[in-house]
Design a protein around this ligand. Structure first.
Ligand SMILES: Nc1ncnc2c1ncn2[C@@H]1O[C@H](COP(=O)(O)OP(=O)(O)OP(=O)(O)O)[C@@H](O)[C@H]1O
Ligand SMILES: [Mg+2]
Length: 231
């Protein structure tokens, strides 16, 4: 299978990567395991606390939105590089700076090694990059690994009685995350990514990336704790 994993910075880099060394190591082990079973794996790493801290400070220092995004992208790439460090010879060392017009993506990337990247350009979250990548390589599965157990009817961190969906339609996902990104509004998948997922009918599973058994269940096709998004 061709699998794209959007690995939340919330898992790797919050509150700081030094607190997540074991999970980065275990995630790398899991990736190598599935790679050696013949899967093609593409991981897009998010920014987490590192990105948010830098963006907040840059804003306070007077940076505009685009510049803040540039800083955030660099943070995602730093996080991606930690995963590359843990993967060693199993990953391509260079973090790709764009997915457009890159023939390597179709020709080889994912076959010779595990593919890891961060954000690519301002105005686009790593969720959206992962969805674009999944659509470009015609992935069989997109996994959105984050710090909650799936998609809920409301933010579970703010509403203790929020209810998790085991399954959700593409339209249902868009209803929850909203059609358009609104600054400061925290969503489990960003609306641009949700639109790409609906348009290209990408089979997507949102799950808690802190528990790696969830990822195994999702890839192996077992019932998993998470939210399956299909038609
Ligand atoms: N309907 C919802 N269902 C689930 N989580 C939600 C919902 N609405 C908002 N959230 C929030 O989304 C958060 C996850 O997204 P967040 O962007 O913080 O992490 P991430 O995407 O894993 O990491 P990063 O963006 O740093 O790469 C959850 O902790 C939760 O508070
Ligand atoms: Mg996010």
């Amino acid at each position: 299978m061709k699998i794209v994993i959007s690995m939340g910075g919330s898992i790797i880099a919050s509150p700081s990567p030094s607190r997540n060394i074991d999970i980065i190591k275990d995630f790398a082990k899991l990736l190598v395991d599935y790679y050696n079973r013949g899967h093609r794996l593409f991981v897009v790493v998010g920014g987490g606390q590192l990105a948010r801290d830098y963006i907040r400070v840059a804003k306070e220092l007077g940076a505009d939105e685009r510049y803040c995004d540039e800083i955030g992208i660099r943070a995602t790439r730093m996080n991606a590089m930690l995963l590359v460090a843990a993967l060693g010879k199993w990953a391509y060392e260079d973090i790709l700076d764009d997915i457009r017009d890159d023939s390597r993506l179709e020709d080889d990337f994912g076959i010779s090694r595990i593919f890891v990247m961060g954000g690519v350009r301002p105005g686009q979250t790593t969720d959206a990059v992962a969805a674009r990548l999944a659509s470009k390589i015609k992935a069989d599965l997109l996994i959105n690994a984050t710090n909650v157990d799936g998609v809920y009817d409301r933010d579970p961190n703010e509403n203790p009685d929020a209810r998790k969906f085991d399954k959700l339609s593409y339209d249902g996902l868009l209803e929850i995350v909203g059609e358009k990104h609104r600054a400061g509004v925290n969503t489990v998948i960003d609306p641009t990514a949700a639109r790409i997922i609906r348009e290209d009918k990408i089979k997507t599973i949102v799950l808690n990336g802190k528990r790696l058994e969830n990822l195994r269940d999702a890839i192996d096709g077992r019932a998993c704790v998470g939210t399956v998004i299909t038609e």
